[in-house]
Every structure is written in C-alpha cells, then in structure tokens.
Design a protein around this ligand. Structure first.
Ligand SMILES: *Cc1c(COP(=O)(O)O)cnc(C)c1O
Length: 240
C-alpha cells in the first residue's frame, strides 16, 4: 500500500466515524505522525493533502523539520507530541506550531517565559494521564471524578497553568493504554472529554481541542469527541 492510499483510507475511516457520531469531518484534524520516517515520506504525505505532522523527539525534529520546510512552498503545521525535557524547552518554539505534551508546571513555565520574551503566545495542550498507567507522562487525573485528592491537585495545577501569559491552552491530550480491542479504550476517551468539559466550566475557559486517538483506536476516539487524531503507522507503515 502506498502512502497516498493509506491516507485516503484513514480519511475515509475518519469520515465514517464522524457519520456514526453525527459529526462534521471538518471538525477532526488528522495529524500524520512522521517520527522515525524520512523526509521523502513526509513530502509524499503533503502531496496527498496532509497539512499536519507530529514528531516526538527534539533531536530528530531539529534535523527533519527545517529540511521539510525548505522543500515545500507552504510549510506544514508541526505538532510536538513527545515528552520535552525542560532544559530543551527553548528548542521547541522555533520548530513547532502546537505543543501537545505539556506535562509539568516546570516545562509550562519555561515555555511561557520563552514565549513572552519573544512577544509570542504558544498554542499548547495539556497532556493528561487519565488511565493511571505508571509509564505514561502527563498530569495525573486517573480517578478525578471519585477522588477529591486527585481532583484538588489537578484543579490547583490547571489554575496555575491557565494564568501563564505565554501559553494559549487550547485543550487536552491523552494516550490511551494499548489494548487489543479498540472498543476497550472508549471509557478513557469519554473520561478525557468529560474532564475537558468540567474544567472548561469550572475555570470559565474554552478548551475546544481533544487530541486523542492513534492508529489502534482513532475511530473510537472520534466517536468520543476527538478533534485531533495522531496517526502514524496507518499512514507510514510500521516503525523499526
Ligand atoms: C507514536 C505516537 C502516535 C502515533 O502512533 P501510531 O500507533 O503509529 O498511530 C500518536 N501519539 C503519540 C504521542 C505518539 O508518540
């Protein structure tokens, strides 16, 4: 299968999931996750109509993104989806348009400060560990509806994040646990959507974006309200 065919198939699957959920497909942005894949494949995806790409490693992005941008008349929109060490924060704003992986106050403060110094405001999402898996990055939110301690701590953190002057917090991001049946991830996505709604009301802010869903589970994520899906393998094939 070619990248062009793969993209057509993914877009078709997105449209079908939207139809099931009574949603307009234009409300779902496809981010093609190009990590580990060469520049040529990114350009092929651009030629097939993809405008958003996701990368997760700073070093790889420093190499790849400027080269891709140089080759194209209109540069694509770049999404940072991987963990960022605070000491590498300054490398991120020149490369990326959207940062999905704000996972600590320290990183958020650093990025905000850099943006303010530059007279900018960065579009970011808060990464949420909603499933409670220990290996996952993100603000701890597992059990937020039942456990006051988790909720209080999360609310306090979100309050501090929302006042950072250099960040435009546009929503939440999560990674569902890998489960053999995509359907089993549904409660995780529904929980993130409910959390976004609840935070939005509690803090009187708009949090319009939900970045959730990957190759294994993006149709289910769309049914539960994803506005951004991050799809790698279904477009570019398996990674080494
Ligand atoms: C790699 C990655 C993806 C894409 O995963 P696929 O299974 O290839 O679709 C999405 N989100 C994040 C955060 C990733 O690291």
């Amino acid at each position: 299968m070619s990248i062009v065919d793969n993209i057509a198939r993914v877009q078709d699957t997105i449209a079908t999931a939207c139809a099931r959920a009574n949603r307009d497909p234009s409300t779902v942005t496809l981010v093609a996750v190009s990590k580990t894949k060469p520049i040529e494949m990114v350009c092929e995806a651009v030629a097939a109509g993809v405008q958003h790409f996701g990368e997760n490693r700073v070093e790889e992005s420093q190499q790849k993104i400027p080269l891709v941008n140089q080759q194209l008349e209109h540069k694509p929109t770049w999404h940072m989806i991987g963990h960022i060490q605070s000491r590498k924060a300054k490398l991120i704003p020149p490369l990326f348009d959207v940062i999905h992986s704000i996972d600590s106050l320290k990183l958020a403060r650093k990025l905000s400060q850099l943006a303010v110094e530059d007279g900018q405001r960065l579009d970011v999402l808060l990464e949420i560990n909603i499933s409670g898996e220990e290996a996952k990055y993100g603000f701890e939110a597992s059990g937020w509806k039942m456990q006051a301690e988790i909720k209080d701590s999360l609310w306090k953190t979100v309050g501090e994040l929302l006042v950072l002057p250099g960040l435009n917090i546009c929503g939440l991001m999560t990674m569902a646990p890998y489960l053999a049946k995509a359907e089993a991830t549904r409660p995780v996505f529904a929980d993130l959507a409910e959390l976004a709604d609840t935070l939005s009301t509690a803090f009187a802010v708009e949090l319009p974006h939900l970045s959730m869903g990957m190759t294994n589970d993006y149709p289910v994520a769309i049914e539960e309200g994803a506005t951004i899906v991050r799809v790698g393998r279904a477009i570019f094939g398996e990674r080494d």
